[in-house]
Design a protein around this ligand. Structure first.
Ligand code: M6R
Length: 612
C-alpha cells in the first residue's frame, strides 16, 4: 500500500511531488508528506488527510528544492495522524525515509535501538528502519549506500523505500522487495515512484526495479546493484501510457469514467488477439503454453476481491467449454493451507495491479511446488506479470478508481478468450460454436455501449434506494459471481451492507431477511437458469421484498413481477457477465454519489493491497 514518489534534477521538486502524490493517492490517502533538501537543510512537511490538505498547508510557503520525495499513506502500523505520516527522519534528522510495505521484524529492531537510547517520534515500522540505518552508519562509518544494504540484510518483510540524506543534495537511494518501484530516466533528472503515473509527463523511459535491488542516483548518475553487491545494467523500457488515460477527462469521478470506458477497454483487451471474421484467436503472451493449458488436469485460479470474482466467472466458462476442472481460491487462503499441487496443474493468478501481496505469495508457493503459473494482469511490468511463466495482459488502461470496474470486464474478456482457445485446442467445442462465440464476443463492446445508455434510468433507481440500509444481490450460474461483484461494489463505495448469494441459496437462510425494507437485486437474464431465477424472485415478492431485476431485452414476464427492470442486450450465455455486471456498477456508483461518498477513494481502502 502507500504511494511513493521522489525526484532529483533541475526542476522544482515540490510541485512535481504534489502532482505525483495526487496520481498515487489511489494507493492510500490517510496522510501525506514530503521531504525537501535545500540550503536550509533537510525539511519534512506532513499532515493527516489527503494530499490536498498538505498542499493547502504549504500554500503560503511553497518550499524550493530540486531534490525531494513524497508519500501518501495507507496506515498499517500506527493510526493515521500527523506523526505517523511519512517521510520519517532518523534521530539526528540528517536522514529521511519514505516506505511502502511492512517491516515484519520492526519490533525486535526497535527494542534493540531503544536499549541504545533511541527515541521514536512515531508508531511506524518505517521510522524504525531509518533509525536502524542511522545506527549502523554510526557504528560502522560506512557510506550511506553500504549502510542501507547492511540494514536491508537484517530486515524481514516487504518494502519499497527511498532515502535522502542532508549530506548530499544529489543523492537518492532506493530499494525494493515485494513492493513496486519504477525509476524514470530524464535529461539529467531522475524520478522514483510506485508506478509510472507521476513520471510519464516528463519521460517515457523507465527502469522497473527488481526485488532485492538497490538503486543509487548520485551526481546525475544511476547505478543499480543487487543486495549482494553484484552490479546490474539498468534495463530501460518505454512506458506506453498516455497522460489522458490517467486524467478524469470531464467525468465527475474516475470510477464513472472507467465504467463508461468499458466499450473501449473490452475491445482493447481483445485487440490483436481476435479476428472474428476469419475465426482467428491467439493470445500472444500464452504462446508456448497453450499445449500445457490444453493438457492441464486441473486449473487453479487465485485472486482477491473483484479479481477473485472474475476467477469464478472463468470457472464456469472453462469447465463449460474446455471441460477442465477448475478451482477458484482466495489467494490469502491458498497460500497458507499447504495446497495440493500436482503435475499438470496450472495456476492462474488474476490481478489488476499485479502487486497484490496475497496473490503474489500464492503464486510463489505454487511455483515452488512445481506448478506452471500464468498471470492475467492489467499493469504492465508488475510483479505478478514478471514472476509468472507466461500470461495475458488485460490492456484495460490505468484503473484509478479504487473500485474495480473496467479491470473486471477486461479480466473476464481475456479469461473467456483463453477458455475458447483452449476448448478449440482440446476439441471440446464444435467448430460452429467456436465461430459463433468469436463473432458474439466481438459484438460485446457495442452491446456494452447500449447498456450504458440505461445510466439515467439506473440513476433514478439509485435515487429511490439511496438510504437503504441493506441490499441482497442474487444470481445463478454465471450471474452468481456477478451478484457477488455487484454487492462488493455497493458496499465498498457506499458503505451499505450488501450480500451476494446464489439465488437458490436464499431459501437456506438469507430469506429470513426479506421484508419491504430489503431491496433485492436479481440478475435474471434469459439463460438456462432463467425459470429457476423467476421462481426465486417469486419467493422474494411473496415476502414483500423490493426487486430490481437485470433482464434481457424483450423479456416480458418479469416486467409484471418486479419493481424495477434494467434491460441488457441478448448475448450468448457465457458472455452475459460482461453485460450484466455493468448496471450493477452504475447502481453502486449513483447510490454512493447520492450518499455523498468519496467514490474514487472510499474509506479504509486502497487500490492495491501490497500487505497481508
Ligand atoms: O489488483 P488486484 O486485482 O489484485 O486487487 C484485488 C482486490 O484488492 C481488488 O479487486 C478489490 O477487491 C477492489 N477494490 C474491488 O473493487
Amino acid at each position: 500500500m502507500c504511494g511513493i514518489v521522489a525526484y532529483v534534477g533541475h526542476r522544482q521538486a515540490y510541485p512535481l511531488l504534489i502532482k505525483g502524490l495526487k496520481r498515487l493517492e489511489y494507493r492510500g490517502y490517510d496522510s501525506a508528506g514530503v521531504a525537501l533538501l535545500n540550503a536550509d537543510g533537510l525539511k519534512v512537511f506532513k499532515k493527516k488527510g489527503k494530499v490536498a490538505e498538505l498542499e493547502n498547508e504549504l500554500k503560503a510557503r511553497e518550499p524550493l528544492a530540486t531534490i525531494g520525495m513524497g508519500h501518501t499513506r495507507w496506515a498499517t502500523h500506527g493510526e493515521p495522524n500527523d506523526k505517523n505520516a511519512h517521510p520519517h527522519y532518523s534521530s539526528n534528522s540528517k536522514l529521511a525515509i519514505i516506505h511502502n510495505g511492512i517491516i515484519e521484524n520492526f519490533a525486535t529492531i526497535k527494542k534493540n535501538l531503544q536499549k541504545k537510547g533511541y527515541e521514536f517520534r512515531s508508531d511506524t515500522d518505517s521510522e524504525v528502519l531509518i533509525q536502524f540505518i542511522e545506527d549502523i552508519q554510526k557504528e560502522t562509518g560506512a557510506t550511506l549506500e553500504e549502510t542501507v544494504r547492511l540494514a536491508l540484510h537484517e530486515v524481514v518483510g516487504a518494502y519499497a523505500i527511498v532515502i535522502m540524506t542532508e549530506d548530499d543534495p544529489t543523492q537518492l537511494i532506493a530499494a525494493r522487495k515485494g513492493s513496486p518501484l519504477v525509476i524514470g530516466i530524464g535529461e539529467e533528472e531522475f524520478f522514483f515512484a510506485s508506478d509510472a503515473t507521476p513520471i510519464i509527463e516528463y519521460t517515457k523511459e523507465v527502469v522497473y526495479l527488481d526485488d532485492l535491488q538497490i538503486a543509487v542516483v548520485r551526481n546525475g548518475e544511476l547505478t543499480l546493484q543487487n543486495l549482494d553487491k553484484t552490479t546490474q545494467i539498468p534495463y530501460i523500457q518505454k512506458v506506453e501510457m498516455e497522460l489522458e488515460a490517467i486524467e478524469k477527462g470531464g467525468y465527475e469521478h474516475f470510477m464513472l469514467k472507467e465504467i463508461f470506458e468499458q466499450p473501449r477497454s473490452i475491445a482493447d483487451s481483445m485487440r490483436g488477439r481476435l479476428n472474428a471474421e476469419d475465426a482467428l484467436l491467439e493470445l500472444g503472451g500464452l504462446r508456448g503454453y497453450m499445449d500445457k493449458l490444453a493438457d492441464a488436469k486441473r486449473i487453479v485460479i487465485v485472486g482477491c476481491g473483484t479479481s477473485w470474482h472474475a476467477g469464478l466467472v472463468a470457472e464456469y466458462i472453462f469447465e463449460e467449454l474446455a471441460r477442465i476442472p477448475v478451482e477458484v481460491e482466495y489467494a490469502s487462503e491458498f497460500r497458507y493451507r499447504n495446497p495440493i499441487i500436482k503435475e499438470k496443474d496450472i495456476v492462474i493468478a488474476i490481478s489488476q495491479s499485479g502487486e497484490t501481496a496475497d496473490t503474489l505469495a500464492a503464486l510463489e508457493l505454487a511455483k515452488s511446488k512445481g506448478a506452471t503459473i500464468l498471470g492475467v494482469c492489467n499493469v504492465v511490468g508488475s510483479s505478478i506479470a514478471r514472476i509468472t511463466h507466461a500470461g495475458a495482459y488485460t490492456h484495460a488502461g490505468p484503473e484509478i478508481g479504487v473500485a474495480s470496474t473496467k479491470a473486471f470486464t477486461a479480466q473476464v474478456t481475456v479469461l473467456t478468450l483463453m477458455a475458447i482457445a483452449v476448448a478449440k485446442k482440446r476439441k471440446t467445442i464444435s467448430e460452429d460454436l467456436y465461430r459463433q462465440l468469436l463473432i458474439e464476443i466481438d459484438t460485446i463492446p457495442a452491446k456494452v455501449e447500449r447498456v450504458l445508455k440505461a445510466s439515467e434510468k439506473i440513476k433514478e433507481i439509485a435515487y429511490i434506494f439511496t438510504y437503504a440500509r441493506n441490499f441482497i444481490y442474487l444470481g445463478r450460474g454465471l450471474n452468481f459471481p456477478v451478484a457477488l461483484e455487484g454487492a462488493l461494489k455497493l458496499k465498498e463505495i457506499s458503505y451499505i451492507h450488501a450480500e451476494g448469494y446464489p439465488a437458490a441459496e436464499m431459501k437456506h437462510g438469507p430469506i429470513a431477511l426479506i421484508d419491504e425494507d430489503m431491496p433485492v437485486v436479481v440478475v435474471a437474464t434469459k439463460d438456462s437458469s432463467y425459470d429457476k431465477v423467476v421462481s426465486n424472485i417469486q419467493e422474494v415478492k411473496a415476502r414483500k421484498g423490493r426487486v430490481i431485476a437485470v433482464v434481457t431485452e424483450g423479456e416480458k414476464q418479469l416486467h409484471e413481477l418486479v419493481d424495477f427492470v434494467i434491460e441488457i442486450p441478448k448475448t450468448h450465455e457465457i458472455l452475459v457477465p460482461l453485460l450484466s455486471s455493468i448496471p450493477l456498477q452504475l447502481l453502486a456508483y449513483y447510490i454512493a454519489v447520492m450518499r455523498g461518498r468519496n467514490v474514487d477513494q472510499p474509506r479504509n481502502l486502497a487500490k492495491s493491497v501490497t500487505v497481508e
